[in-house]
Design a protein around this ligand. Structure first.
Ligand code: GTQ
Length: 345
């Protein structure tokens, strides 16, 4: 490969003249923005232990009242991006949110898309666009761009959930903002009940064409049952995985990030090919050994791990007797829409 000249190879008075005119020579910086062969990601493979995180999150519950926090969240920040940038990857933000019994996180809406994956506790609910969604462990609840949402808790123990947002991307686009609003009125009906039976939907009266997000809550009992059925039905299938989709269109549930659930059979090791998007793995059930390049992470229940793009990952179920279940978020819809998606295998 050709050696390119350095900035220092240019005379100082020439460099100063360029700077005065807001001009920059490309060649000293070319390899930084177009590295050879594959990107040089800032995203580092990173593991967040729930056991380590939980007491710190509960402490935040004592230190900061909900009214002073608006959302009481500890952000899972990737050190490769600088902690203060609050990014898990280029496009993904992860946070663990705590709501204490009786607390209320007031209504707002914002341009980034969010989802919640319920990690622990019962009795909380989130109201999205007037639909009151109960939050049970493992449920995935969408808060798509622009929709009002607020969180409440009628139970008697702390509730914790994982927030996944496309905030870093939307912020980078200079398109990130929020608006506060009044408490929402609850509308009748639940998207997840409308679509609860495979192959049948209401014939009329449901906003078939106009509603971009017909289903907001994806119950874990249904996702888990779908995985078990798939595993039983196709005993030779390696990747026992489901995608969370819009039940009307079959497209990804949201525009920018993709959401999936994966089951590892007892003792199974699954190798995921090196693909361009970054991915996040969160353990729903069981314990998993994740191999990423030369690194290996032991993921216990409720642990979360982020892996850069263009990197193969192996996932091993540490139990020889029971299946393990993972929730996955990735940047695939974004990469596909931009025409950047690559599978390097
Ligand atoms: O619950 O609305 O983790 O607005 C970050 C921003 C959660 C939320 C986050 C948010 C929320």
């Amino acid at each position: 490969m050709q050696e390119l000249a350095l900035l220092e190879d240019l005379p100082a008075d020439y460099r100063e003249a360029l700077t005065r005119e807001n001009l920059v020579p490309l060649w000293p910086n070319l390899r930084a923005v177009l590295p050879p062969g594959k990107p040089r990601p800032k995203t580092r493979a990173t593991h967040w232990s729930y056991e380590a995180l939980k007491p710190l999150l509960l402490k935040a519950g004592e230190l900061t009242p909900i009214e002073k926090a608006e959302r009481r969240v500890l952000v899972l920040a990737n050190p490769g991006h600088g902690l203060e940038n609050m990014q898990a990857s280029a496009a993904m933000y992860l946070g663990m949110q705590l709501l204490m019994p009786g607390e209320w996180a007031a209504a707002h809406r914002h341009t980034p898309n969010a989802v919640r994956l319920i990690v622990e506790g019962e009795g909380a609910h989130t109201t999205v666009d007037g639909e009151k969604c109960p939050m049970s462990r493992g449920d995935l609840i969408l808060t798509p761009t622009g929709l009002w949402h607020e969180h409440g808790h009628d139970g008697d123990k702390p509730v914790v959930w994982l927030d996944v947002l496309d905030l870093p991307l939307v912020y980078y686009m200079e398109a990130s903002y929020h608006v506060d609003g009044p408490r929402q009125n609850i509308k009748p009906g639940h998207g997840d009940r409308i679509y609860a039976r495979g192959g049948v939907v209401p014939t009329a009266a449901f906003q078939r064409q106009s509603n971009a997000y017909p289903m907001l809550r994806y119950p874990w009992v249904e996702a888990r049952a779908a995985l078990e059925a798939l595993a039983t039905d196709q005993p030779k299938l390696d990747a026992v995985q489901i995608s969370y989709v819009n039940p009307e269109t079959g497209a990804d549930a949201q525009n920018i990030l993709g959401y999936y659930a994966l089951m590892l059979r007892p003792g199974q090791t699954l190798r995921l090919p090196a693909r361009s998007p970054s991915a996040v793995f969160h353990v729903m059930e069981g314990a998993i050994e994740a191999g990423v390049d030369e690194q290996s992470f032991t993921l216990a229940m409720a642990d979360t791990c982020c892996v850069p793009g263009y990197t193969a990952v192996s996932l091993r179920n540490r139990s020889a007797n029971a299946p393990a279940f993972l929730f996955i978020a990735d940047e695939t819809p974004l990469h596909r829409k931009l025409g950047l998606f690559e599978n390097r295998d």
